[in-house]
Design a protein around this ligand. Structure first.
Ligand code: PLP
Length: 386
């Protein structure tokens, strides 16, 4: 018996590997398995493929290929940027926001236990950030400002160009966690003017376990991993060639699909969001209406526990996620939604629907037809049909 294909609306959690990406990777798992630093053909082919992937990733973000460092994931890229800034400047203060992903948030908390200080900037009720807050938080002891470009839970965008201008004026390094952005919003690191920028393969239809750290030419750098001096000494460890090749192909596709994500995906997201808000009484959107990724919708339904709703959706093969992180068996309200002023109950009634260019109109129509009924049943306390 074949498993029905799910309706996958959790693309901010991870994305399916694109068939073209998988195809591009296969020769580097089978034929060209050499260590890219080797001097024979199976190795040289691998090395050449890494070079090509570096060029593709650089093209996606407007960088020079020499500014691209391959890592094992977005978390490593984020941690490395902060660590490098603290080490090269010798300063002990970091500015970031209250709504960062754990890759920055938890690392910042860890730094606090090591004697560093962190300013956690608040956000407005709609999840946006006032750049003046950044300016006010910087002082002589500040090593770096770290801000996400797009929030993974709400999709809300931060004004990264304005923040970069402030950091430049104040002589402070600037790192952007852009992990949710590629393929959805154009990225031009030169135009933005940041020192570091993090990406992760599995958010753009490449596999999990490969990431990128952009390091602007001229930015002093101190590596996190030290060993065989791969990546020009910026990230030691034998390169994960098949995954890097996959990421390179995914970067090419992300550029090709950008217009689609900006138009078709946005149109489908809006159809879904407007349809649900109109059909379901006591439903609300979290986050700014327009300063937002084109694929993300964070919605809350009064009186409904997201955990219950997700179970019902799962019975219908619909994949979404909650606005809460599941830890030690209890649903903790999301720190992002709490920072936006939502109560614990409001945060617990939030689900996130995140689309991609692979999402179809038929899938959106199925969800539009089903979700209002599931919510009405949950509100009436009708037991699940299991
Ligand atoms: N930053 C953001 C905004 C993310 O959404 C994620 C993943 O969800 C990460 C960092 C961590 O990336 P990775 O899973 O590749 O470590």
């Amino acid at each position: 018996m074949s498993t029905p294909t799910p309706i996958y609306l959790d693309n901010n959690a991870t994305t399916p590997v694109a068939p073209e990406v998988f195809e591009a990777m296969v020769p580097y798992l089978t034929e060209f398995y050499g260590n890219p630093s080797g001097l024979y053909r199976v190795a040289k082919e691998a090395g050449a493929a890494v070079t090509k992937a570096r060029e593709s990733v650089a093209a996606l973000i407007g960088a020079d290929p020499r500014e691209i460092v391959f890592t094992s994931c977005g978390t490593e890229s984020d941690n490395t940027a902060l660590w490098s800034a603290l080490r090269t400047t010798g300063k002990k203060h970091l500015v970031t926001t209250q709504v960062e992903h754990a890759a920055i948030h938890s690392f910042g908390e860890h730094l606090e236990t090591l004697g560093y200080t962190v300013t956690w900037l608040p956000v407005r009720e709609d999840g946006t950030l006032d750049p003046a807050e950044v300016d006010a938080a910087i002082h002589d002891g500040t090593a770096i400002v770290s801000a996400m470009w797009a929030n993974n839970e709400t999709g809300v965008l931060f004004p990264v160009e304005e923040i970069a201008a402030i950091c430049k004026k104040r002589g402070v390094l600037f790192h952007i966690d852009a992990i949710q952005v590629p393929g959805k919003v154009p990225i031009d690191v030169r135009k933005v003017g940041c020192d570091f920028l993090a990406l992760s393969g599995h958010k753009l239809h490449a596999p999990k376990g490969v990431g990128v750290l952009y390091v602007r030419t001229g930015t002093r750098f101190s590596p996190l991993l030290i060993g065989g001096a791969q990546e020009k000494g910026r990230r030691s460890g034998t390169e994960n060639v098949p995954h890097i090749v996959g990421l390179g192909r995914a970067a090419e596709l992300a550029l090709e699909n950008l217009i689609d994500e900006q138009t078709s995906t946005r149109a489908l997201r809006d159809k879904l969001e407007h349809g649900l808000l109109a059909a379901i009484p006591g439903s609300h959107r979290n986050g700014h209406a327009t300063e937002r990724l084109p694929n993300t919708s964070s919605l809350r339904f009064d009186g409904v526990e997201a955990a219950d709703l997700l179970l019902r959706l799962n019975e219908h093969q619909i994949c979404a996620s909650a606005g809460s992180a599941c830890s030690t068996g209890s649903l903790e309200p999301s720190h992002v939604l709490s920072a936006m002023g939502l109560t614990a109950a409001q945060a617990r009634s939030t689900i996130r629907l995140s689309l991609s260019h692979m999402t179809t109109e038929a899938e959106v129509d199925t969800v539009l037809a089903l979700l209002p009924r599931l919510i009405a049943e949950l509100r009436q306390g009708t037991p699940a049909k299991v």
